[in-house]
Design a binder for this molecule. Structure first.
Ligand code: UDP
Ligand code: MN
Length: 272
């Protein structure tokens, strides 16, 4: 019955997770993801890149997609990948689409629990803003002010909303829209959802990009976070002094994701 369906709890299989990457980061970024949080949801996570990689294809069980998008870091090349992520989600029957960058760590059980508080049948767009003010741009000759969730902290979209985005996003349209808008892919999602569809952004402090001081995320609250991130000089603080679990040094574990994974999931094979 409908009533029963409404009360049904969201589970891992309801969520589709896409990660944007590129050939030059397969070694330095994707390997550590495959070793850590990918193991939490091997069926749900796909990597979207711009090259083939036999090793990664093997280690991900075929979950590396070569999008065929060009390797430049231009706006349309990057939004080409986001478009491929969106397109693949639309071929699934999943209730939620979540995008992450390849410098994110995702606590997948937390993500599922978090999404369970929202209704996938409604228009839901969740993430973290990187800037407080909207960004002004031009779209087809008109000024537009765009509010968006930064791709670098992770973004989730309900399937009801994703369906409505088709005219601006499906089958190459996302890159076209980004070009028309003259803004990156994550801004383009915000533009489509808020400016075109009249939706709004739900912000959550549990999503983190490396644009914020990751050192400020307290050890005690690490377990609560949905996503974390790293950049060369900006990493989460996890060390011997405050963890009983396996902690690796910064040479072995520059992203801190191995140590974080062992803190959160101590029974993981490499943590023993
Ligand atoms: N990226 C990409 N192609 C590139 C450079 C970056 O697909 O030529 C992806 C990268 O894998 C990551 C995202 O874009 O998922 C953001 O890249 P990065 O973290 O290097 O940049 P920033 O966070 O400073 O924007
Ligand atoms: Mn980044």
């Amino acid at each position: 019955t409908l009533e029963k369906e409404e009360n049904e709890e969201l589970t891992l299989k309801d969520v589709f997770i896409t990660v944007k990457t590129c050939a030059k980061y397969h070694q330095s970024r994707i390997r550590v993801l495959v070793k850590t949080w990918f193991t939490l949801a091997r069926e749900q996570i796909y990597f979207f890149s711009d090259a083939d990689d036999d090793d990664l294809t093997r280690s991900t069980g075929g979950h590396l997609i070569n999008t065929g998008c060009r390797k430049m870091h231009t706006r349309s090349d990057l939004s080409c990948k986001m478009g491929a992520e969106y397109d693949m989600f639309m071929t699934t029957e999943k209730k939620w689409w979540c995008h992450f960058d390849d410098d994110n760590y995702v606590n997948v059980p937390r993500l599922v629990e978090f999404l369970g508080h929202y209704d996938w049948r409604e228009d839901v767009y969740i993430g973290k803003k990187s800037i407080t003010r909207p960004i002004r741009s031009m779209y087809k000759g008109n000024f537009v002010d765009v509010t968006f969730a930064t791709g670098g902290a992770g973004v989730c979209v309900s399937s009801a909303l994703a369906r409505k985005m088709e005219p601006w996003c499906l089958a190459g349209k996302l890159a076209e829209t980004a070009d028309d808008l003259r803004l990156p892919d994550d801004c383009t999602l915000g533009f489509v959802i808020i400016n075109k569809l009249g939706g709004n952004l739900t912000t959550s402090p549990l999503f983190h990009s490396h644009l914020e001081g990751l050192n400020n995320v307290k050890m005690a609250s690490l377990r609560k976070q949905v996503s974390l991130s790293f950049s060369t000089k900006n990493v989460i603080n996890i060390n011997h002094g405050n963890s009983k679990n396996q902690v690796f040094n910064a040479t072995i574990d520059p992203t801190r994701f191995l140590s974080l994974h062992c803190f959160l999931f101590e029974t993981a094979e490499f943590c023993k």
